[in-house]
Write a protein that binds this ligand. Structure first.
Ligand code: BES
Ligand code: ZN
Ligand code: ZN
Length: 483
């Protein structure tokens, strides 16, 4: 899809006008309409056929194009992420109305949010079904908006975001039977080469030599061995160490292991590599944008499978930093692969800050539901920086507590630490508290997307499967840490 910025209306199949509740057609909108089109809209507004309520919309047949009036409600009061939702709805309506060339009149302030919503709403995953050859594809989206440095940047970002979100959602939506740890490693190598990112893949033999017993333990039951993948990018930074290291959980499928997940909980577990692919997509965004600075990405790939070789509940693993972990629940495998990934990243790259993203717990939904990601960490300033980045990215995030007693509770009886704890509850916090033991001195934060990485209920922007959440937050964070 091509994104364009214009001050006047190009030849278009569909023009979208966003109207707040009881708002009249603006002077700018009037300029884009013929006298007849303007009159038709006025009539509808007068008759109160359309009043601009949130989620209300109306299609009008214009002279040489279709028109959509899209209700935005009383923005501050009624809607959450109103422009993202409007963008998503625009994309699906445009396809329904067979519009290949779409235009929207939008102000500078809301352009980025609208474009990102449009990108998310336009996504399809057709790899495994027969596609309708006559279905409309949107070829161009033209924003009628003032050209400024900000709007031009939003437009360029939309193009890169389109590719990034597609990568994450394609990988999350692809069944685990059709992509394994080795496939992900090969894809990552190819993409890294294409975008000029240095990529190193550590295989199971190297992981053994490095002392990464935790990721090896998780991957033991699978035909496809674990891979730890690093991505290094430096553009003009004199600093030898990265300003931010992004680390992601990459479980190609989470059966739960010998603590096998029951029906009703296992079906969506192909989502469990979302964190790692988010890291890959972030590094690609950074490279495509030629952001100046030093950044690192680390992907911890393994399959949590069931077999006679799977790790047992009660097994003790030794992580990269030498700490022993009693595996009290083989389903708490994300924190195991991240234990190695975080301690390795800190030791090898010595980043100034380190953030991980993971579908780590189902428990995070108890606290925050399906639309808000949880964040925890060891440094308030860094957490605030990420929260501010999320706000700029228009992604929702909330800080969960991680007081010392939670960390204390992860200490083991016969090992240094254990990966599950009875009777504490606070599942999302306990996941983070475990991870903290694998970060020595770096400013670190952990984002739990166990509730937000996958769609439970379709929305206007995301109808099924992977959501690509956090990619925009990471992009904002990277920009803040560029030189
Ligand atoms: N991948 C799951 C977490 C998850 C569950 C993500 C549902 C998205 C939706 C993770 O590996 C897991 O199984 N966590 C356990 C931890 C527990 C055994 C300590 C959980 O949250 O139940
Ligand atoms: Zn699990
Ligand atoms: Zn998992």
């Amino acid at each position: 899809m091509k994104f364009e910025l214009k001050s006047s209306l190009p030849k278009t199949d569909l023009l979208i006008l966003l109207l707040q509740e009881n708002e009249k057609v603006s002077v700018e909108a009037k300029k884009l309409l013929s006298a007849n089109e303007f009159e038709q809209i006025e009539k509808r507004l007068k008759a109160k056929d359309f009043s601009g309520k949130c989620s209300e919309n109306m299609v009008i047949y214009g002279d040489d194009k279709k028109l959509i009036l899209m209700g935005m409600g009383k923005i501050e009061k009624d809607c959450i992420q109103p422009y993202e939702k409007a963008g998503g709805k625009s994309a699906s309506m445009a396809k329904h109305l067979k519009a290949s060339h779409v235009s929207v009149l939008i102000d500078e302030k809301n352009l980025a949010e609208y474009l990102n919503g449009f990108v998310l709403g336009n996504y399809e995953f057709n790899q495994f079904k027969k596609v309708d050859k006559d279905a409309t594809k949107i070829e161009s989206l033209t924003a009628i908006c003032e050209k400024t440095a900000g709007t031009a940047a939003a437009l360029l970002f939309a193009e890169y975001f389109d590719e990034g979100q597609k990568l994450i959602r394609d990988m999350v939506n692809t069944p685990a039977g059709s992509r394994n740890t080795i496939d992900v490693a090969n894809l990552t190598k190819d993409l890294a080469k294409k975008y000029g990112i240095k990529c190193t893949v550590y295989d199971e033999k190297e992981l053994k030599k490095m002392g990464c017993g935790a990721i090896l333990g998780v991957g033991r039951g699978s035909e496809y061995p674990p891979r730890l993948i690093t991505l290094e990018y430096n553009n003009k930074s004199k600093s030898k160490t990265p300003s931010v290291a992004f680390v992601g959980k990459g479980i190609t499928f989470d059966t739960g292991g010998l603590n096998i997940k029951p029906t009703g909980h296992i079906e969506t577990m192909k989502l469990d590599l979302a964190g790692a692919i988010t890291v890959l997509a972030t590094m690609i965004l950074i490279a495509r944008s030629k952001l100046q600075g030093n950044f690192v990405g680390v992907m911890a790939m393994a399959e949590n499978a069931v077999s006679d070789r799977s790790m047992h509940p009660g097994d003790i693993l030794k992580a990269y930093n030498g700490k022993t972990i009693e595996v009290l629940n083989t389903d708490a495998e994300g924190r195991l692969v991240l234990a190695d990934a975080l301690s390795f990243t800190e030791d090898k790259f010595k980043p100034q800050k380190m953030v991980d993203v993971a579908t780590l717990t189902g428990a995070v939904t108890v606290a925050l539901g399906y639309h808000i990601s949880g964040i925890m960490g060891n440094n308030e300033d860094f957490i605030k920086e990420i929260m501010d980045s999320a706000k700029d990215a228009k992604e929702r995030m909330w800080v969960l507590p991680m007081d010392k007693d939670f960390v204390e509770a992860t200490k083991g009886e016969i090992s240094d630490t254990k990966n599950a704890t009875d009777g504490v509850r606070a599942g999302a916090t306990m996941g983070a508290a475990f991870l903290q033991q694998f970060v020595e001195k770096t400013n670190w934060a952990h984002i739990d997307i166990g509730g937000t990485g996958w769609v439970e209920k379709p929305s206007s922007t995301i109808k099924f499967g992977g959501t690509a959440v956090i990619l925009r937050t990471f992009w904002e964070l990277a920009k803040r840490n560029s030189i």
